[in-house]
Design a protein around this ligand. Sequence first.
Ligand code: HEM
Length: 223
Amino acid sequence: MSPFFRKLALTGHITSSVGWLGAVSGFLALAVAGLTSKDTEMVRTAYFAMEFTAYFVIVPLSLASPVTGIVQSLGTTWGLFRHYWVMIKFLITIPATILLLVHMQPIGHLARVVAETTLASGTLTGLRIRLVADAGAALMVLLVATTLSVYKPWGMTPYGRRKQQRGSSQSSYPDTNGETGVGTKRGLIPGIPLPMKMFGIIVLILGLLFIVLHLSRGGLGGH
Ligand code: HEM
């Protein structure tokens, strides 16, 4: 990637990732208010606001963060599986996004219930507690991801070291900041141009998310 495009992509990645963390914090506050407040108007407003925040802020950011992260990974020598900090972020972020999409149905259900009735205390308590727990867990995952991004611990994976050894005979390989762009002859699938690889992986992940969302609609329809 050119320095300009790399900085642009990094700006998008940091903005979407840390924005996602901020939006989940707000969502958690609303989930706690919805669960604990005695004021019925407050409870209604909290679940309406949660649905809007989830659909229009959290879901877009939860897709933008991994997509821009993958672009950064494959477009620089950080790679997706070469450094523990990137690999772990990838492995915790994708399930977090999938779980989020799966849990969109209960959020919509709660918003519909408060639109039609006043939520008496004790109604749907299990579901309301689950939303608090899920938002808390998502916040933990995102805090771990942010911390990993800043400290970048544990160095390279065995796969990354093998790649580095092979790559060092062809070009210099900066381990510390991933400055050098990855050429078409390196990476997971040698020979395929980088934009094609990025496009392929992103389409694959979005396809997977779509399938999960579709299946979850059937599975959680009763909520
Ligand atoms: C699929 C998931 C993700 C992947 C593959 C990924 C990958 C990457 C890569 C390769 C970089 C280095 C970019 C560069 O220096 O050019 C980066 C930076 C960063 N990522 Fe992620 N990321 C992911 C998710 C996240 C999440 C969920 C967060 C936080 C909530 C996050 C926060 C950050 C931050 C703050 C940086 C900037 C670090 C710095 O410049 O020192 N990332 N990410």
